[in-house]
Ligand binder design. Structure first.
Ligand code: GTP
Length: 368
């Protein structure tokens, strides 16, 4: 059985990181995100996937090509030359399907421990043309809600409701099972949204059912949710495989005198953690990161080659590849640095500030 994975979006909400790294490949505990999706599919006994690609397809294809452990797992690539949207991307992958059975479709930015087999079984039992997996969230106001009947037929979609309109906390989890008839209903070669165009039509016809999952679920579409997902994987709440450790520091790490490395933490190959530095409490360092003397890095994700100079503090933030935080600077509060950007010494970045790739902030130019 094959699944279709939608990984063609621009990932605008996760900019500036997604200017350089497609959302499907952002690292979580130093593993490209798509690796978790492949694990989920294989755990469910699915033996192949079709990647529906658009934005930045090359690094995604290179990542798969470099994986030598996928011999018994087929990967096909359906590449769009212009954005086809979530349904258009599914339609574009149709030609790679090898049988006529129902197809599992996944948004490529969903981190979940969901049992896909259970979703498929529910789909078969209900005789639906399409089944949407639903998950409950604490604050549903930011999402599209899905109301269901007692028999799990989808009753209504509610887009970003105000607090007094909320009747459910179930949202679309970005995991679907589709019969092949659904593909016939998607127009080819033009942009179509599965959520806004295809599902409402199926719902009106009474052919759309839901499967409620109580498993871990989170999307990684924003800096906040990406960081939260990273924290959850670091602490083993989801995605842990055999040999998982709270403190993962390879031998290639140069650790200075009296440096503190606190769990949970994952350090990539070839990093340098200088004297008196503190790194940890939910930190993932990519390959070749350098943390200067006395610097503090907590609750953050550093992509490959990021540098934090002496005495700087990085808290609850995301540093893009080869970005640099100058001596004594503070980067906190969900700030995001683009690739190769530089925060000059003595700056304070806070409140979700985002620095574009290559931008250099002169020393002491921003304070909060
Ligand atoms: P934002 O721009 O931040 O909204 O992110 P996004 O581009 O990823 O959009 P969204 O989160 O709504 O997309 C959900 C999933 O569908 C993601 O895994 C996207 O990669 C994928 N996706 C979105 N648009 C397209 C598209 O036009 N083609 C394909 N193949 N996939 C898409």
């Amino acid at each position: 059985m094959q699944a279709i994975i939608l990984v063609g979006g621009l990932g605008t909400r996760l900019r500036p990181i997604t200017y350089d790294v497609p959302k499907a490949l952002v690292p979580i505990r130093n593993k490209p995100f798509l690796g978790y999706t492949v694990d989920l599919l294989r755990d469910a006994g699915i033996d192949g996937m079709i990647l529906s690609l658009g934005y930045m397809p090359d690094p995604i294809q290179s990542y798969i090509a470099a994986r030598e452990d996928l011999a018994d797992f087929t990967v096909d690539y359906a590449v769009e030359d212009h954005a086809l949207g979530t349904a258009g991307g599914v339609k574009n992958a149709e030609g790679f399907l090898r049988d006529d059975g129902p197809v599992v479709v996944l948004n490529g930015d969903v981190l979940t421990g969901m049992n896909l087999r259970a979703a498929l079984e529910r789909h078969r039992e209900s005789g639906a043309q399409a089944t949407i997996a639903l998950t409950s969230v604490e604050d549903p106001t930011a999402y599209g809600l899905v109301e269901v009947e007692h028999d799990m037929k989808v009753r209504r979609f509610l887009e970003k409701p105000s607090p007094d309109e909320i009747t459910t906390n179930l949202i679309n989890a970005g995991v679907y099972v589709l019969e092949r008839e659904v593909f016939d209903a998607i127009p080819a070669r033009r942009e179509v949204s599965i959520e806004r165009e295809i599902f409402p039509r199926l719902q009106e016809e009474g052919r759309l059912y839901a499967h409620v999952s109580s498993s871990y679920w989170r999307d990684i579409g924003t800096p906040r949710s990406y960081l939260a997902a990273s924290n959850d994987v670091l602490s083993g709440a989801v995605g842990a495989r055999e040999g998982f450790r709270y403190v993962s520091v390879p031998e290639s790490t140069a650790v200075g005198k009296n440096a503190k490395i606190l769990p949970p933490v994952a350090v990539g190959e070839g990093c340098e953690i200088s004297d008196l530095a503190t790194v940890g409490g939910r930190v993932s360092l990519g390959r070749g990161c350098r943390i200067g003397e006395g610097a503090v890095v907590e609750g953050s994700i550093l992509l490959d080659g990021a540098v934090v100079e002496a005495g700087a503090v990085v808290r609850g933030s995301i540093l893009g590849p080869e970005s640099r935080v100058g001596a004594g600077a503070i980067v906190r509060g969900l700030s995001v640095l683009g690739a190769r950007s530089v925060v000059g010494g003595g700056n304070v970045l806070d409140n979700g500030l985002r620095l574009n790739p290559e931008v250099e902030l002169p020393p002491k130019s921003i304070n909060f």
